[in-house]
Every structure is written in C-alpha cells, then in structure tokens.
Ligand binder design. Structure first.
Ligand SMILES: [Zn+2]
Length: 572
C-alpha cells in the first residue's frame, strides 16, 4: 500500500469531520510542500552514527538523524514519507560521461551487444523484424568488431537472407562503424561508383568496388543518404524515455556529450518547460565550435536543472585499432599511434577556451594522449586563471596513464573522468584479446589505474559512456571495487591492485562529478544544506559485499526531494 504523507495522516480526521459538517476545507494545504521528503529505515554509506532517517525540505536536505527526531520535525510542515526498508541511501548517481542522444535514439532498437557471429546478428534482426512489422527500417546497435576475423567486417549478405526486403542499419558498439544490408544500400543509393566521402571509409568487396555493407566513420554521410535524420519530435520523445530510464537506474545528474547534437540544450530546455526533465543535465558541445555562441548558451543555461558543461575534443582514438596515442610504441614496432588533434592547435584552442572562461574535456585513451592533454591544460592554466564557478578541466577514459603523469592531475586540478565498466573482465583470459595484446604486459598493470590515480590525489569522476556500455551505475561500482565480472571472474580480480574501495567508487559516481562541475558545495553528498538528490538501493545491495550490486537496483530516486523514479511501493 502506498503510504500516506505524515501531514495527511495528521489532518485526516479533522478534515473529514469538517467536511461532514459542510464547512470549508482547511486553509492549510493537505499535500506536503514540494521537495519535502522524509526517508525512514535508511542505512547510510559510509555509516552515519545513530542516523536512520533523512529529512528534506524545499528541495534541500534539512537533517540526517534518528527517525523519531526527524518525524517530529516533519510533522510541523508535512513531508512525503519513503520507507527505505533497511536499504542503503546514497547521494543520487551522477554519470560524468554519457552520450544522451545516441543512447536515447537507440533505446527502441535491436540489441546486438551479445551477438558472437554475423549469423547471430542476422537471427536477432530476423526476430526483431517479425516483432516490428510497422517499422520501415530495422535498426540495431552494439555489435563488436570481434564477430568477424580481425581486419574484416560483416557483410550485407549476412543480413540479406534473414531479413528480406526491409532496410537494416546496424551501428557498432562504439558508433564508429555501420553495417547495412543490400536493401539499405539501395535506399541510400550507394553503389560501386561512389567514392569514399572525406573522413569515411566504404568497405568494398573482393572486386575493390562493390560496397560490402560495412562503413567506417560514416554517420553523417549515411544518415543524409538514408534520409533517416530523426525529427525534432522524435528526438524529444527519445530524450524523454531515456531520461526516465536513467532516473530509474538511480541517476539524479548526468553530463551529456552533445557531439552530434548542437541543439541538445535547446531540446532539453523544451522538455524542462513541459515538466519532463527529471534529472539535472549538463551538456558539452565540441571544442571546435563557435565560442561566441557557446558564451551565449552558457549565459542562458545555468539553472539548477540544465547547464552548459565542458567543451569536448578527441586527442586520440582507441587501443584496439592502435589509434590511441602512446608514450612508448605498440608491441612489435615503433608505431605509437598519432594524435587525432594536432598538438599545437590543441594547446592554442584549450588556452583560448580557458581564457574565455570555459572548461575542457579531452578524450585521451593512450598515455601519450593523456600527457598531451595535461600539457595543454598546464599551459592554459598558466595563461589564464579559472573563471569563478567554472567546471574543472577533465580527461576522458585514461585507459593507460604513464607513472610520471599521475601526480599532475592533482597539481593541475584536472579531473580523471573514467568509466569503470569499460574494464569489466571476461570469463576467460582478459589479457589475451587484441586490446590487451596492443598494450603489452607492462602497460596492462597500469591500465584503468583507478588506484594509482586516486593515491596520487586525482579527483575521479565516473560515468558509463552509454550507449557504448551499459548505463547501469551499479555494474560500474561492482567492477570498480572488485575488478571482477558478474560471474565473479576472474576470482583474484583482473589486475586487482587497481581496484578501489566501494566508498571511493561511490564518491567517484557522486561527489567526484559534482566537484568536476564546480557544484560540490550543493550536490553530491547527503549533508544538511545539500540538494536532496538521492537514491535508495533495493535490499539486495549489501555495500560491505560489492558483488551483491550485480543483483541490486535502484528502488527509489529523488531529485530535489521529489520522486523521479520508484520501482517499489512501500508503506511507511
Ligand atoms: Zn564516450
């Protein structure tokens, strides 16, 4: 049964009597004021001595303490009561690295993240096609490059027989490759005489001409040709369901990278006006953009819900394709990868952004790119002080960092923005795959070096990189604290010396991102005066045993004391 708010319980009898005698309703509102919430039967992590309840009013945390005391206080103005049933109450999760629009648009598509072969994918798409006779084009996402032998790509022919005449468009897990069937190629009007557009590779068949159906870095080109750019209404609908989904996972804040959607702030502002923006969202457009426009956006979007974030750029690629930029060569040669952003231009651009009051986030996977990024930040910081209230500069991913650079994060105040679930080990030998082989044994020991960075004083801000990886923060926390997968493999943990304590991992998913955003004075911890953004975990979560997080979920989520997701109805 749904619990009655405390204030209602108190007033029910007199109100009923008044009504029976035909008198006017009481002057005071029966409903509790907005943002007033009393959480009872709570466990805090880390433990708060003697406290099993939390009271929020006007969207802020008023007190954390013993239930009896807070109930007495709550009676004065009323508050909705939420029973945590002995579950853990944490600050709401904050995803520091998410691709909101790509994730949102892909929500209704076929999920190919588990397929092992092109035939598997064809089967999934055949089922999906049967389940969705209404769709003109069948979309899917999440296939990985290891479903075909190294250096080759899946072909249109793999899909043609299984799916029939409808166009099929399948995005790889990292969004860098597409796989189309023949009907989609036909719809796009792409044939043997089409040259590769700039920056895009059309994979060809044996004859060197006929498109095979695979495309690399082809998003803009393909979507224009396929006439599949989503409409504004489709984007709004996708955002809305994605935000609901993220809220149900325990998020109260996200930092979205608006790489492909310059209008993300405006679209989200439309949702906010409609009362359909449950989370706090920051939006980060490309570093290579119009700084005058960004200044205007930053001035317009600085509210409690929606704000301008960072300026984002890619300094390198990924380790799998040896496009990550390394300090030392990849095994078997002298190739270190090449920076994707010219270092001189990067330094100039980062400095310019800094001097105009912006903070920057740089995608740097290899230790060479991490070093270039730190160098660029160091120069920029020397040139100009930080603007008051500006976010902190950050580096994204940091799959490997050179020991000489560890201390520079703290010294420069640069945040290490990492996604722990990227490091989830497999059941087999996780050091055998192409990623691990390209790193080599020495660098493997300092890959996903959460422990080293944390010990060196770096602020960690965790995220998920959704839709590249699962958006569930509990999985990320479990991996961060155990370096094991959901089957408990490998038993000793994968390079377990780099694991964090769960307390450190929770901080990196809450207070760390708030510090990065420059708002840790009001967000990211459960202290009086802070915004009442919180998540109650289901009772399966035992934070003394991080492996229990694989089976746990968010049971109740509040932003500013208002419920935004609830998976369990409980009585007080
Ligand atoms: Zn990303």
């Amino acid at each position: 049964m749904r619990g009655l708010p405390l204030s209602l319980k108190r007033r029910l009898l007199p109100a009923a009597l008044l009504a029976a005698f035909g008198c006017a309703a009481p002057v005071r509102r029966a409903a509790p004021p907005p943002g007033a919430l009393l959480v009872v039967n709570a466990r805090f992590f880390p433990e708060k001595k003697g406290a099993d309840a939390l009271l929020a009013r006007n969207g802020r945390i008023e007190a954390v303490g013993p239930r009896a005391e807070l109930e007495a206080r709550a009676r004065r103005t009323g508050a909705r009561v939420q029973d945590a049933r002995g579950g853990f109450v944490l600050p709401g999760f904050h995803d520091a690295h998410i691709h909101l629009l790509s994730g949102a648009l892909a929500l209704g598509w076929a999920d190919l993240s588990e397929v092992k072969t092109p035939e598997d994918a064809a089967r999934v798409m055949a089922d999906y096609g049967r389940a969705h006779p209404e769709l003109e084009v069948l979309r899917g996402r999440g296939w990985t490059y290891d479903i075909t032998p190294s250096g080759s790509f899946p072909s249109r022919r793999d899909l043609d027989a299984a799916v029939g005449g409808r166009p099929v468009v399948l995005e790889s897990y990292d969004g860098h490759a597409y796989w189309l069937n023949s009907a989609a190629l036909e719809r796009a009007g792409i044939g043997p005489t089409d040259p590769d557009p700039p920056g895009t590779r059309i994979v060809r068949e044996q004859d060197g001409r006929t498109p095979s159906g695979a495309f690399l870095d082809a998003e803009d080109f393909l979507f224009a040709r396929l006439r599949m750019n989503p409409s504004r209404a489709e984007k709004l609908a996708a955002y809305e369901s994605a935000l609901r989904r993220l809220a149900s996972l325990g998020y109260t804040s996200i930092d979205s990278i608006a790489w492909d959607e310059p209008n993300e702030l405006e679209l989200l502002a439309t949702l906010e006006k409609r009362g359909k923006l449950p989370l706090r969202v920051s939006v980060s457009p490309q570093l290579d953009g119009d700084l005058d426009l960004y200044e205007a956006l930053r001035a317009r979007y600085r509210g409690p819900k929606l704000r301008f974030g960072w300026l984002k750029a890619f300094v390198d690629g990924v380790i799998e394709s040896r496009t990550a930029y390394m300090v030392d060569p990849y095994p078997g040669g002298d190739d270190r990868g090449t920076p994707r952003y010219d270092p001189d231009r990067l330094r100039a651009r980062v400095r310019e952004a800094r001097c105009r009051g912006f903070a920057v986030e740089l995608h740097a996977v290899g230790d060479g790119a991490v070093r270039l990024s730190l160098d660029a930040f160091e120069q920029a910081h020397r040139a100009c002080p930080a603007a008051p209230g500006a976010p902190l500069d950050r580096i994204e991913h940091i799959e490997v960092v050179h020991p000489d650079d560890l201390a520079r994060f703290k010294a420069l105040g640069v945040v290490a923005s990492m996604q722990p679930y990227h490091a989830v080990p497999g059941d087999g030998d996780s050091d055998a795959g192409v990623w691990a082989q390209n790193l080599g044994p020495e660098r493997l020991k300092r890959s996903f070096a959460w422990r080293d960075l944390s010990d060196a004083g770096a602020e960690l801000a965790f995220g998920t990189d959704w839709p590249v990886m699962s958006p569930d923060p509990l999985r990320g926390l479990a991996v961060a604290a155990t370096r094991r997968n959901e089957n408990g493999m490998p038993p000793q943990g994968w390079h377990a010396a780099q694991a964090l304590s769960l307390e450190e991992a929770v901080r990196a998913f809450t207070r760390g991102p708030a510090r990065a955003l420059g708002i840790a004075d009001r967000l990211g911890s459960l202290e009086p005066g802070m915004l009442a953004d919180l998540v109650i975990l289901s009772p399966e979560a035992d934070l003394g045993r991080p492996e229990t997080l694989w089976r746990a979920r968010a049971a109740f989520v509040a932003v500013g004391g208002e419920s935004v997701a609830r998976t369990e109805d409980v009585s007080p």
